[in-house]
Design a protein around this ligand. Structure first.
Ligand code: CAA
Length: 380
């Protein structure tokens, strides 16, 4: 087995690291405090090719592999995981789904500007009563011949306000259950779309999250992705890819906390010696490092399987569940190592701890990942 990265993968990792350490670090605390969207950084990262890095060159993307994506996501999320989720949703939920299942016309019209990062995408699956239970879609897309009329509410939508392109799941044939669900590409400026207030979140405060209301929104038939009733399969397949992005974001959060804890342990003195010389702290650092390394390897394995065109649904669920759970553990331990300093904002680790929590919740909670993994293992 070869654990070495290619020159290109290392270059992409370095570019992400450089940008994060040079630019994101400057205003990450301020944006967290003000819950301010990182407009300047999204523009810069688009110019560097990160917003559509997985999309083929043919559709104006970066044509990079998923391993490179995982490496870049980790570096960005070490410093600023709000940027991480914006990149992840655009790349692996929105662009990936349109590129894999969309028509050539849809790719030309919608994918290209998303891949160039000129437009941002959002993925609208969750609803007030359909979070984990994603088959229970209440948003209705009524078939009117040459168009659909969408009515309903979507919740917890990342980039809802900044996105121009929505990928929306809605029920067309309630009597068919999840086989009646369709997915549509919807222009965010369509008449009848309105947004709820900005959600005042615990962490990842610099990404914008809103509910989205649809009132008689007219969507042309050619905007439906895939065959009639393909929507739920589309959502599940897209989430398989999305979970690799969130898993690598969680690795970044954990690795960022570990780096900071190591540095602090070598500087801070207690009882006449640096923290690193106290076994209680050294063993914590060791445990944290093993967890980060395991999570990173699970992410890379899932990414590698995807790049090889092999099934990766269970691997991405394993990576997501483990990385999210250890991100919570590792960031909590980092706060403990910093003591009182860890509890104040200036030292970043309390922010990383708040950010880690969300990775256990969105794109499928840790419990949902266990359903996916156990069903794959126990299937007849
Ligand atoms: N690929 C293809 N098809 C799949 C699939 C997959 N990975 N997983 C399930 N399906 C199919 C099943 O085969 C089944 O089809 P048939 O009836 O034809 O056999 C159908 O989907 C329904 O599956 P289940 O019977 O297993 O349905 P369920 O209700 O018991 O469980 C679930 C499904 C896996 C729990 C699913 O509801 C799920 O993943 N829930 C979590 C949703 C989620 O991750 N939401 C995240 C929101 S997006 C977000 O957070 C973005 C953001 O902004 C950051």
């Amino acid at each position: 087995m070869n654990f070495e990265f290619s020159e290109e993968q290392l270059m992409i990792q370095q570019a992400a690291k450089d940008y994060a350490e040079r630019e994101l670090i400057q205003d990450v605390l301020e944006r967290d405090a003000k819950a301010e969207y990182p407009t300047r950084h999204v523009k810069n990262l688009a110019e560097l090719g990160f917003m559509g890095m997985l999309v083929d060159h043919k559709y104006d993307g970066g044509g990079m592999d998923t391993v490179s994506y995982v490496l870049a996501m980790e570096e960005i999320s070490k410093i600023d995981s709000s940027l991480g989720v914006i990149i992840s949703v655009n790349n692996s939920l929105v662009c990936y789904g349109i590129e894999k299942y969309g028509t050539e016309e849809q790719k030309e019209k919608f994918l290209k500007p998303l891949a160039r990062g000129e437009k941002i995408g959002a993925f609208l699956l969750s609803e007030p009563e359909a979070g984990s239970d994603a088959t229970s879609q209440k948003t209705i897309a009524e078939d009117k011949g040459d168009h659909y009329i969408i009515n309903g509410i979507k919740n917890w939508i990342t980039s809802a306000n900044t996105a121009s392109t929505y990928v929306v799941a809605a029920q067309t044939y309630p009597e068919k259950g999840h086989h009646g669900i369709n997915v549509f590409i919807v222009d965010r400026n369509s008449q009848g779309i309105s947004l709820g207030p900005h959600e005042d979140k615990m962490g990842m405060r610099s990404s914008d999250t809103h509910s989205v209301m649809f009132t008689d929104v007219k969507v042309p038939k050619e905007n439906r992705i895939g065959d009639d009733g393909f929507g739920f399969t589309f959502a599940m397949k897209t989430l398989e890819a999305g979970r690799i992005g969130i898993a690598s974001q969680a690795v970044g959060i954990a690795a960022g906390a570990l780096d900071r804890a190591i540095k602090y342990s070598k500087e801070r003195k207690a009882f006449g010696k640096i923290l690193a010389k106290h076994q209680a702290i050294a063993f914590k650092i060791s445990d944290m490092a093993v967890k980060v390394e395991n999570a990173r390897n699970l992410c890379l394995k899932a990414a590698w399987l995807k790049d090889q065109g092999k099934p990766y649904g269970m691997a991405s669920a394993m990576a997501k569940q483990y990385a999210a759970d250890i991100a919570m553990e590792v960031t909590t331990e980092a706060v403990q190592i910093f003591g009182g300093y860890g509890y104040v904002k200036e030292y970043h680790v309390e922010r990383l701890m708040r950010e880690a929590k969300l990775t256990q919740i969105y794109e499928g909670t840790s419990e949902i990942q266990k359903i996916v993994i156990s069903r794959a293992l126990l299937r007849d």
